[in-house]
Design a protein around this ligand. Structure first.
Ligand code: ZN
Length: 553
């Protein structure tokens, strides 16, 4: 910790304002070192926290807030006392004559459990010195992220978790073992089926990841190389995760009408859950493309029936009508990717193969709704960003798929793919087994806006869901689904992951044009008892932890 940060942390541990003179002196001494905002907002500090906390009952006391505890129970006005990293008191602080090193007056504000995001692409961010604070999430009120989804994770879970602990992270972070990563390691980028020995090796790697702290197994059966796996292979690997108390999380084989269809994929997921005896979680559920619009009804029906039979099937969803992916994944058929990038390029450049490739890309583009539904959000050629594929094709004077193939050959091109209908989004969102996830990725506003947007749009503007429901499905339900102990609720004994927000102002600001605008309205975000967002501004603390699954022996 730098001297400046030490001073800041002393100030931010406020005390009842009994020592006005020392406070003034302290501020005068350090004012030149600090950000002006901190000086303005930390008006209740007086004694250094270490001297104070010997006498105070709490390190942090949140008073007068409207508490929504995440369980789905009605709000109530209550005070919350935090000591160390835990919530130790909920009730009336006055009756207790409570003293605290710092008190936050939450009058007129909602106090809720910090949100838990079960599907993020923060693996790289959390390991990056410049992005490990995870501010995009903190300012949405997210205190725990899960990553390693879509089958893509790290092979060495222990090493990554250790790194996060050592360097510090802004939010709590959970890893999943990635099927694609493990398959790629054992079989390479091939579409071959594993031999018995290879399957055993994959099982061993899943077991090792779980022992090292992964919370479950993720698959990306839509992507290469996950898509080359048969259902039976996934079941065998999911059984290993199940035996260690893990969950199964999937980007399904098909959310559209590419191969086995949306409903076929839901059936496949249910089968994996049933046969591997593992809770099965469908990531970012959607009906992708006009050909399957309306199938949310049947999809929900299939899930309900499975749940009625005791199969634990859940899903998550982000509140946007565009998915975020890349041009290649959205248009190129998987057979063209077998063998990896060089072999793909050889096919794309081959006069014999490319006509078939382009024809299938054309069909896939149609399934997504046409060239005007693909908006470039990330590309090496920055001039492309913000343009739709139909525009780019016109500029290049080529048919859209030929233009797309040219771009894909040059490198990765991120796109927002406007492929969902509002009716399907709404129908999914109302289900009690569907929680909030961002699937946050570069260039898509969902990475900076998901949780506040759900409140602003769907709770307050459209009134599609209640605030209680939105909070439960963004916290406790996710903790329960992913088996994260002692988080997701405002409850005595639970970790103090708390968000305090203003219902009048909470909102997303990120758009497709400006996808990296921080959300607003999350006034305080507390991670493991430490104030990470103070009066709407990130404080600089790295209070998150790498969470490890405690595998039963
Ligand atoms: Zn995904």
């Amino acid at each position: 910790m730098s001297a400046r940060n030490q001073l800041l942390s002393l100030i931010s541990h406020g005390v009842f304002n009994r020592f006005a003179i020392p406070l003034f002196v302290l501020f005068a001494l350090i004012a030149p070192l600090t950000h002006p905002r901190v000086v303005q907002t930390s008006s209740h500090s007086s004694l250094p926290a270490n001297r104070q906390s010997r006498t105070a009952q709490f390190d942090l006391l949140i008073i007068h807030g409207k508490v929504i505890d995440g369980s789905g129970r009605k709000p109530r006005t209550a005070d919350i006392g935090i000591r160390g990293d835990r919530i130790v008191f909920i009730g009336d602080a006055r009756k207790k004559n409570a003293t605290a090193a710092r008190t936050i007056d939450a009058r007129g504000l909602i106090v809720a459990p910090g949100f838990i995001d079960p599907h993020t692409h923060t693996l790289g961010d959390l390991s990056d010195p410049d992005r490990k604070s995870n501010q995009a999430y903190l300012l949405q009120g997210v205190t725990t992220v899960i990553t390693g989804n879509d089958g893509g994770s790290v092979l060495n879970v222990a090493e990554t978790l250790r790194k996060w602990d050592e360097q510090g992270v802004g939010t709590n972070a959970i890893l999943l073992a990635g099927h694609g990563t493990i398959r790629g390691r054992v079989l390479g980028p091939t579409d071959a089926q594993p031999t018995d020995a290879q399957l055993e090796e994959m099982k061993r790697l899943v077991a090792r990841a779980m022992d090292e702290g992964a919370f479950g197994l993720s698959t990306g059966l839509y992507y290469a190389p996950g898509s080359y796996a048969k259902t039976e292979e996934v079941i065998e690997l999911a059984k290993v995760a199940a035996a260690k108390g893990g969950v199964y999380d999937t980007h399904m084989r098909d959310e559209s009408s590419y191969s086995i269809g949306l409903l076929g994929s839901i059936k496949e997921t249910i089968r994996i859950g049933r046969e591997a005896r593992i809770p099965a979680h469908i990531s970012h559920i959607k009906a992708l493309g006009p050909e399957v619009w309306g199938q949310s009804r049947q999809a929900i029906d299939l899930i309900r029936k499975a749940r009625a039979k005791g199969i634990d099937v859940t899903a998550c969803q982000y509140p946007y009508d565009a998915s975020g992916t890349n041009l290649q994944a959205s248009l190129v058929p998987r057979w063209a990717e077998v063998g990896g990038r060089l072999e793909f390029l050889a096919r794309a450049n081959s006069p014999e193969v490319s006509p078939r490739l382009l024809a299938e890309m054309e069909a896939n583009l149609k399934k997504r709704g046409g060239a005007e539904t693909l908006l470039v959000t990330d590309a090496r050629d920055r001039k492309l960003i913000g343009k739709r594929l139909n525009e780019i094709a016109k500029e290049m004077d080529k048919p859209p798929v030929a233009a797309a193939l040219e771009l894909i050959k040059q490198g990765n091109v991120g796109v927002a793919s406007f492929n969902m209908s509002e009716q399907d989004i709404a129908r999914f969102m109302k289900q009690k087994f569907i929680m909030t996830c961002s699937d946050g990725s570069t260039g898509h506003p969902r990475k900076f806006g998901t949780f506040p947007r759900k409140l602003r749009e769907y709770v307050y503007s459209e009134k599609l869901i209640s605030l209680l429901f939105a909070i439960h499905n963004g916290s406790a339900l996710t903790a329960e689904t992913f088996r994260i102990p002692d988080r997701g609720l405002i409850r005595e004994g639970y970790f103090a992951d708390v968000v305090i927000f203003d219902e009048r102002t909470v909102a997303d600001r990120a758009t497709y044009e400006q996808p990296e605008l921080f959300a607003v309205g999350m006034k305080y975000v507390i991670v493991n008892g430490k104030v990470a967002v103070d009066d709407g501004v990130y404080t600089g603390v790295l209070a998150g932890r790498a969470l490890r699954k405690q595998v039963r022996p």
